[in-house]
Design a protein around this ligand. Sequence first.
Ligand code: ADP
Length: 277
Amino acid sequence: MEQPLHVAPGRDIHLADFDPDFHDGLDRDQAEAETRRHCEKLDELAYRLFAEAKRAVVVVLQGIDTSGKDGTIRMLASGISPQCLDVKSFKAPSALELSHDFLWRVHAAIPAHGRIGIFNRSHYEDVVVVRVRKLVPQPVWQERYAQINAFEKLLHDGGLTFVKCFLHIGKKEQRQRLEDRLRDPKKQWKLGPDDLEDRKRWDEFQKAYDDALTLCNTDYAPWHIVPADKKWYRNLVVARLVRETLERLEPRFPPFDPSLIAKLDSNASPHRPHGSM
Ligand code: ADP
């Protein structure tokens, strides 16, 4: 069975049409071995992007609570040197953030040229949780799809490549993960009352995501619907997507200046030794 990761821009996306448990017939060992291979390659590609310092990449991770955003970040960070990486989590906005437009804090977190950013949640919260919890009036969030597309186009034209991943888990799998968190003392801290409240609005969240994925799925910043019930398959898909993205960019080391070789042992030091005056 095949399942597309990506839907052509302009076509409606319905999450209900995508199987969150899809794993392409692979088993865990196969997937983990493949993921490791992608991660090794990622490290080298990220290093080249860093050395080139002309373009940047941002991996946007969205999904409902427990969909595996933290685990995906752990996997990517295991493959990329921290000097090339910026990880940013977007929580409920602070008073300062709320006193600006909704994209202000996002723009400030965009990685500089040469770097890879990972967004744990993003500006898509402003058309999903904000809509479901009715934090702003409908005409305000309704305008935001076009505003997000314009923002992403601006960044794309400036040399930023988006890898937007929706981590798609099923309702049954979410229940299991919430139960695990409730029972495991090492995970209980991750749960807040909002998480259980949000679960009651499952259908509203799915609808809000259908709209965000459909309306903000562009040629320059497409969405990928990552089957995420199996953590090992989710990791494989995201690692492969990021690797393929970097390979397409073909980052290159800056040209070498051969005159530097002669300068290594040259006596003609540009620095005057101390006390020579
Ligand atoms: P996470 O669930 O990502 O591990 P938290 O438990 O701290 O981290 O949850 C962050 C919360 O902040 C989520 O409920 C998310 O929906 C919320 N949030 C993020 N961005 C916004 C926003 N722009 N407006 C309102 N709530 C937001």
